[in-house]
Design a binder for this molecule. Structure first.
Ligand code: 13P
Length: 224
């Protein structure tokens, strides 16, 4: 997909995007103005006509500024106030409509949810993914809720058109585990171990290790 690279003055040597995740209509516009390099407009909670209308407008705006834009069909569930929504399975015909608007990537619900998966999770719906892939002219598909999806399901999803995978909770859990270990070992009480630059370093390193694992699993190593 088209990815506008971050400013070279930041010393970044690989192409990375500053991407808005699950943006509202107003939020997406604000991020274009603020200099983001990529946006997501999540119109999945609107009816399809309104999702089409708002996505159309934001595609023009984003591309005018050289930004890539992700849209969504079929909302991704997840835990909210202790209730776990199972997530919708997107309708391939609706996916085709949104994909045809010139977006750069499409997030489509296929039984994936944000956060940890419940013990009784049915897994990804590959039949739905296959239908969506066939209906959307090879548009790069986005898999949200990457935390806790087994490696074999990830590989199969990639083989069926998934080219961007969102992982958040797993990074947060890695950070929390490493930080807890540091404090439980009493390291914040030794010397200047309480300095946030020391106290938060193991957590930051743990996030990096998780990201490295994902880069390998997703087949992205050495492709930048
Ligand atoms: P997880 O927190 O479940 O990994 O989901 C991340 C995500 O999809 C963000 O949009």
């Amino acid at each position: 997909a088209m990815v506008k690279a971050m400013d070279e003055s930041l010393g970044i040597t690989v192409p990375v995007a500053l991407h808005l995740d699950h943006g509202t209509y107003e939020g997406a516009k604000a991020c274009v103005a603020a200099g983001f390099t990529s946006i997501m407009f999540d119109g999945s909670h609107y009816d399809i006509d309104e999702n089409v209308a708002k996505t159309t407008e934001l595609v023009a705006l984003a591309h005018d500024h050289g930004l890539s834009i992700e849209a969504e069909v079929g909302s991704i569930g997840g835990e909210e106030d202790g209730v776990i929504g199972m997530g919708e399975v997107a309708d391939p015909a609706e996916c085709a409509k949104i994909a045809a608007l010139g977006i750069d990537f499409l997030a489509a619900g296929i039984g994936n949810i944000h956060g940890k998966y419940p013990a009784n999770w049915q897994g990804l719906n590959f039949e739905a993914l296959d239908k969506i892939h066939n209906a959307t002219d090879n548009i790069p598909l986005v898999l949200h809720g990457g935390t806790g999806i087994p490696a074999d399901m990830i590989r199969k999803a990639i083989s069926l058109g998934v080219s961007k995978i969102n992982v958040n909770t797993e990074c947060q859990l890695s950070f929390a585990d490493a930080t807890r270990k540091y404090i439980e070992a009493g390291k914040d009480l030794q010397g200047k171990g309480f300095d946030p630059r020391k106290l938060l370093a193991p957590g930051a390193e743990a996030i990096k290790a998780t990201v490295r694992e994902k880069i390998e699993l997703f087949g992205s190593a050495n492709k930048a």
